[in-house]
Ligand binder design. Sequence first.
Ligand SMILES: [Zn+2]
Length: 391
Amino acid sequence: MSSFSFTVEAECSKSWARAGTIQTAHGKIQTPIFMPVGTQATVKSVTPEELREAGAAIILANTYHLMLRPGSQLIADFGGLHHFMHWDGPILTDSGGFQVFSLGHLRKLSEEGVAFKSHLDGSALLLTPESVMQIEHELSADIILPLDICAAYPCTYDTAKEAMERTHRWAERAWIAKEGYQSEQTLFGIVQGAFEPELREQSARFIGSLPFPGVSIGGLSVGEPKLEMWDLLKYVTPELPKGKPRHLLGVGSPEDLVIGVGLGMDMFDCVLPTRVARHGGLFTRYGRINIKSARYRTEHRAIEEDCDCYTCRNFSAAYVHHLARTEEQLYYRLGTIHNLRFMLRLAVQLRAAIIAGTYPAFRDNFLALYTPTSEQVRENQRQKWKAARLQ
Ligand SMILES: [Zn+2]
């Protein structure tokens, strides 16, 4: 029997925001929650103890990367991801589908699954809804996702429909395969439908009606303007069952969290906070700063004076600036800790506001102070990271 459960404890009367608790075999998760991403079974540059201290309740690991290296069978031999990486809290693994479409070469999509070549050594591989369930069973995360098809942005209505319908058929195959393992793991369904409101509604209704105890919303934050993403969620959320947690896949900047919560989302994950930290981008209530900027060279105060993270409690912005400019190893750790704490504290603040009935005011005050990174800057960064990945 699965120990998974989800209870909603408070709902906002003026938006779709809610506060809840997810119970898993590895502990409780209070929602809304931000999930740090540990692509290679490690959140880059920090230890599990540092993750805990920053307030992480659940982390995400990438099936695609781990099945290629070190291999899911090897991780199973070490007792699964929790033992292998020394993280005893809940873990979520994605299906690998998104990475196959963004990193794999020579993809060939069929009803059976997706054939592709590894971006590491070019070896030929095939992922099917069934093989993904086996791989995720070996990885042993608490929450697992089925193989899905993330349509490119932009795409035609027919392409979006075809990808969604196949995602639905694969979801049913994954559910049947997963049942065979009789594991403690909880399989979420994935809503697709690209940028077609009607398909999104249809997908939310279909996936929501299947026995999945939770729902992930996939295929968003793939290069579209943010407004378009928020607009689509207005079609998705009303179609979803209220009693299941909702996970907005791959989305998680500070403003995403604040706005997404109001649109009914409970769980967020994104590499952004840790990735931008490593490049010098640190979050403050006024927006993202570049700690490498000369203005911090002599700054005696912390990155944010009232931030309770390890970095801000112990170091001046000038010291962090110095480490970042000299590319010292310690910088990556201190910068990552600050951004993770910022996101996790924000999730706690959102939860408290929902419970207190003050979420709309919290959202408006946050957004009035916080200047989000512009679409143009986001797009340039995306292109830079894409180019770096292809080298
Ligand atoms: Zn801090």
